[in-house]
Design a protein around this ligand. Structure first.
Ligand code: UDP
Length: 323
């Protein structure tokens, strides 16, 4: 049985991953300090509450013995990373290097890392493939790129094998309705639009209508959380099978504008979404769309829920749970 440590397994992506790993027969342990995750989101496996910044916590957990580590415990807000870079460098870089050190000390040599489209910065062409230059334009993107670079060096020097998955826009919810997005505060477009549809928020602010796109709003590549997790699963299989380190871009290859997301939400929910036009948000590129051909070719990844209606419908089922 494959033993997997999921760091940050109580968060949005981590919790879906824990469920998938368990369903596919892995022995899963979650390490999470619950600073932003939720204990009740960890549906399976062992749970250890602890801070990955603490070497004694890492030492105790890793003593259990693992085949691989997946790491979802990072800070993810671009704007906050500009205001509080120290918080981001400390957690996303220093604490991740601490995790890698602890893995080396315990002989764990497979690592799956949550990276991001933000490592590319302002796109020079679209869709973005793995050859695209990585020139992040905010501290969040820089912290993720630093870890990617460290991982390449750690492979050469220590034989640590890693897969970096560069997420575009993770969205949607568990198709069985058990899990979904619960960020505090919520900053992501789809849950915010759905909260505006349900009346939990008065409106959705559209950040800029003057971009160089067909309707003037920003275009993003939304990928269903289950498809994101299936990519991690395939990455795990490849590392377990002895494959070398690799980085993959992860998205559907289709861009949808903010306005198209709002239109889709109105169609799916049958409700009106109140909209307020707001200024551009600093650091938002007009268009971020993935070329995910490499992971399709090398790992056989195929998204199951590529259409936006399904992504929004699953997120809506989660948003309206208990209603
Ligand atoms: N966005 C928006 N209003 C909001 C939140 C997001 O117009 O309240 C836009 C944002 O400018 C971006 C897109 O929605 O173009 C997706 O933003 P999100 O924060 O969900 O993800 P990001 O692309 O920043 O990773």
């Amino acid at each position: 049985m494959t033993m997997v440590l999921v760091v940050g397994g109580a968060g949005y992506i981590g919790s879906h991953m824990v469920k998938m790993l368990d369903q596919r027969g892995c022995s899963v342990t979650t390490l999470d300090d619950l600073s932003s995750g939720h204990r009740d989101a960890v549906l399976c496996g062992d749970f250890v509450q602890g801070d990955m910044a603490d070497p004694s916590v890492l030492d105790a957990v890793l003593s259990r013995g693992f085949d691989a580590v997946m790491h979802f415990a990072s800070f993810i807000q671009v704007g906050e990373s500009v205001q509080q870079p120290a918080k981001y460098y400390q957690n996303n870089v220093v604490n991740t290097l601490g995790l890698l050190d602890a893995m080396r000390a315990h002989g764990v040599s497979r690592f799956i890392f949550s990276s991001t489209a933000a490592t590319f910065g302002e796109p020079q062409y679209s869709p973005i493939d793995e050859q695209h230059p990585q020139q992040p334009i905010n501290p969040y993107g820089r912290t993720k790129l630093m870890v990617e670079q460290a991982l390449a060096d750690y492979d050469r020097a220590y034989g640590l094998k890693s897969v970096c998955l560069r997420y575009f826009n993770a969205a949607g919810a568990d198709p069985e309705g058990q899990l979904g997005e619960r960020h505090e505060p919520e900053t992501h477009l789809i849950p915010l639009v759905l909260q505006a549809a349900s009346g939990r928020r008065p409106h959705i602010g559209v950040f800029g209508r003057d971009y160089d796109t067909p309707d003037g709003t920003c275009i993003r590549d939304y990928i269903h959380i289950e498809d994101l997790c299936s990519a991690h699963w395939l990455a795990l299989q490849s590392l377990m099978g002895g494959a070398g380190s690799q980085a993959y871009n992860l998205g559907n290859g289709h861009g949808f504008s903010v306005q198209e997301v709002i239109d889709t939400a109105e169609r799916v929910t049958g409700r009106k979404v109140p909209v307020v036009n707001e200024p551009r948000r600093a650091g938002d590129p007009a268009r971020l769309v993935a070329d995910a051909s490499l992971i399709r070719q090398q790992l056989g990844w195929q998204p199951k829920f590529a259409d936006l209606d399904t992504i929004v419908a699953h997120a809506w089922a989660w948003e309206s749970r208990g209603c």
